[in-house]
Design a protein around this ligand. Structure first.
Ligand code: ZN
Length: 60
């Protein structure tokens, strides 16, 4: 198996990581409570609901 010739600089590693992150799909789902788009496995940002209960106080 090929072995890297030299150590990659932190900047080069981060450049590669950033390029890969750019196209990673964000896991967005629709909130079951208020139908707002929210991140999967997170409490809703609009109504604070998670798994059918109030997980977070509503930010007014
Ligand atoms: Zn919601």
């Amino acid at each position: 198996m090929a072995v890297p010739y030299g150590r990659k600089s932190r900047a080069k590693s981060r450049m590669q990581r950033a390029a890969n992150m750019k196209y990673a799909p964000k896991a967005f789902v629709v909130c079951g409570h208020c139908q707002a788009p929210k991140m999967s496995h997170y409490a809703c940002g609009q109504c604070g609901a998670y798994a059918g209960r109030q997980a977070r106080p509503v930010a007014e």
